[in-house]
Structures are given as C-alpha cells and as structure tokens.
Ligand binder design. Structure first.
Ligand SMILES: [Zn+2]
Ligand SMILES: [Zn+2]
Length: 368
C-alpha cells in the first residue's frame, strides 16, 4: 500500500495533526517510514556519512590531512555555496537579476560542485516550495517536523502533490537557458568531474595529499555544505521572528544567516522573493556574502537588472502584516566579525582539534 493517498486520511500525514492525535499512529508512522523511504538515497547518504566520518578523523589528526587540503576544501565548499545561493536560488529560481553567459557558466560549475540536483530540478523544487509553503505540495514541508524539513524529505518518496504541482509550474524560462539545458543533459559526467574528481585529485597532485584522505575530505566538505543549505529549509522555517509577515512560517534566523553566508533572512525572502539580496539590508549593512558576490559581478557588468524591494514597500508591508520588532539592522562591524568567525569555523575547529590531539597524545612522555 502506498503511504499516501489523496482521498483518505493518510493524506493528512504530512500535516501537523494526524500523527499526534491517534495512538495507533506511532506504529503507522514506522510503517510509513519503511514504505515511503527512497532506499537509494538512504544508502547513498550512509556511504557519504561514513566517508565524511573518516574525513573528520583525518582532519583532527595532525599527521594526516594537510592544512593545504583543509583550506582547499574550505574554498571548494564556499564556492559551491555561491553556486547554490547566488546561482540556483537567486538567479534561476527567483530571477532576481540577470547574468551574462560567462557568469551563468561560472555559477553552473559552482552549482555542480555542490551536488544538490541539477539547476532545473533544484529550481523546480524551490518554486514549488515557495508557491505551496507548508502544504503537502511543499517538498520540505516544515509541518512534518524539523528532521523531515532538514533532510528526510530527500530520503522519502515525494508526496503526490509535490509531483503534481511541480508539473504544473511554468519552467520554460529555465528550459530556454542553454547553460541550464547543457548542465541537465550532461549532469552525471559533470558531477563526476566537477564535484568528485577535481576537488579530490588537485590536493593529490599539487601538494601530495593521500588520495584516500583527499577523497574523505571532499566528502566531508560535501556533507557540511548540505547541512548548511538544509538549515534554511528546517531551522529558518521553525525558529526565529517574523517582522515582515507573521502569517507565514519562514523566519529571520540569525544563526542560519551566519552559517549560510546570508541566507537566513527567510521571513523577508518569502515575503519579497524577487529581491536579489534576500534581505532588507544589503551586504554593506548586514552580513550577506551571497549578496556581496552578486554585487561584485554587477560591478564588473556581468550581473544586471538587480531587483530590490523599495523601503516604502517594505515598511508598509511590515506595518500591515509583520511582528513589531525593533533593531533589525545590526551593528555592521560586529555583524561581520561574528559572521566571519562562524564562516571560517572549519579552519579553527581543525586547528583546535589538532592542538588537543597534540596535548593529549604527544605530551604523554612528559606526564610519565
Ligand atoms: Zn527562495
Ligand atoms: Zn523557505
């Protein structure tokens, strides 16, 4: 029996009520989880998690992963994030700005580096998410709980409504984009090359990193990047405040802002999805690296027609539908200091881990 049926109460499983009001539903929930799982994704995630765990071990050990590799993987992870945030999200899903073909090619390469489905599929899921937020047609419906919105939605067969509503969306603009079509057509070889082979063999050839360590480090940066993106779907839909529209679930979440380079102004983003900055204040006022990325290419003339909600539109909307919250604009210097320290956390966590390792395992002879 399929776990979802539009004509029965099963359909309500994706809402917030049914699972808690019926005592039998604990067992039924397990049954649904078993029958609705996408086992190929579950197995894939298990393999990635095991490989990434070795990446953590080797990263914490001062004799294993080289610092060059740690820094390289950090750069790869940040680059991949720009492919998702500034590319798949703000350019292709929302058409917040236009980009010269050279920038679109660069963003396509960076988006491939992230391995989060091709641009077409990513954008289709995201457009459905915006149009049908917190309903059965929302791919990562946060009414189904943190874990589902965070990552379980990828390990579960799509709700029929997600598929149906997704098919009804107009995606002709993306199909008209040769860069998107090219990536979709050659996605598998592109992923193998850009996401898998290149980040792994560059440390091996350029600074003689062990191939296995390089592979595991690449898996680790992949896992961390995934969680960074997923936090926007989970935490930024469940925790935070709603100064622009208190009638929607998405929220302003400062932790997600710092962990995702400026993508956590999510109540604003769902209220004004066309805004290229995905926040009221641009990167010059508040921490928002994805906006700085777009502005940098706008300065070069490669990004143009940037859309921005006017101050009047924002304040009128806040007055009409938002929670009354003061102090939205942070102290810029402090905001960037905190944001940058958090952004580079993989580097200082690696350093501290190795220092601790050295202290406990290499000073043993002094203890005795
Ligand atoms: Zn969006
Ligand atoms: Zn959202």
């Amino acid at each position: 029996m399929p776990p979802f049926n539009n004509n029965t109460k099963d359909f309500q499983r994706s809402g917030s009520q049914t699972m808690t009001t019926n005592g039998r539903n604990a067992l039924y929930g397990v049954w649904c989880a078993i029958t609705s799982a996408k086992y190929e994704t579950v197995i894939w995630m298990f393999i990635v998690a095991v490989s990434a765990s070795f990446g953590i071990l080797s990263g914490a050990h001062r004799l294993w992963t080289k610092y060059e590799t740690v820094i390289w993987m950090f750069i790869v992870a940040v680059s991949a994030s720009f492919g998702i945030l500034s590319g798949a999200h703000r350019l292709w899903s929302h058409k917040c700005y236009k980009a010269h073909s050279s920038l679109r090619i660069l963003l396509m390469i960076l988006q491939t580096l992230a391995l989060q489905n091709d641009i077409y599929e990513w954008s289709r899921d995201h457009r459905v998410h915006h149009k049908y937020s917190e309903t059965d047609a929302d791919p990562h419906n946060s009414n189904r709980g943190f874990f589902f919105a965070h990552m379980d939605w990828l390990m579960t067969k799509k709700h029929p409504q997600v598929i149906e509503k997704g098919r009804q969306l107009d995606m002709s603009d993306l199909l008209a984009d040769t860069v998107v079509r090219f990536q979709r057509k050659y996605y598998v070889p592109l992923v193998l090359l850009i996401w898998g082979v290149l980040p792994t063999v560059i440390p091996y050839y350029l600074w003689s990193e062990g191939l296995l360590i390089s592979f595991a480090s690449n898996m680790l940066r992949y896992v961390l990047s995934l969680h960074q993106s997923w936090l926007v779907n989970s935490a930024a839909h469940l925790f935070g405040f709603r100064p622009y529209d208190k009638g929607i679930a998405s929220r302003e979440n400062q932790s997600v802002v710092y962990l995702s380079f400026g993508e956590g102004y999510h109540n604003y983003h769902h209220t004004f999805p066309y805004d290229y900055s995905a926040s009221e204040f641009g990167w010059k006022s508040n921490f928002n690296l994805a906006t700085a990325f777009i502005d940098f290419f706008a300065m070069l003339g490669l990004a143009y027609d940037l859309k921005k909600a006017s101050d009047k539109t924002i304040s009128e909307r806040q007055e009409r539908t938002g929670e009354k919250i003061k102090g939205l604009q942070k102290n810029t210097l402090l905001d960037y200091m905190i944001g940058l320290v958090i952004t580079i956390w993989p580097l200082w966590v690696t350093y501290i881990s190795r220092t601790i390792y050295r202290y406990f395992f290499e000073n043993v002879s002094y203890v005795y």
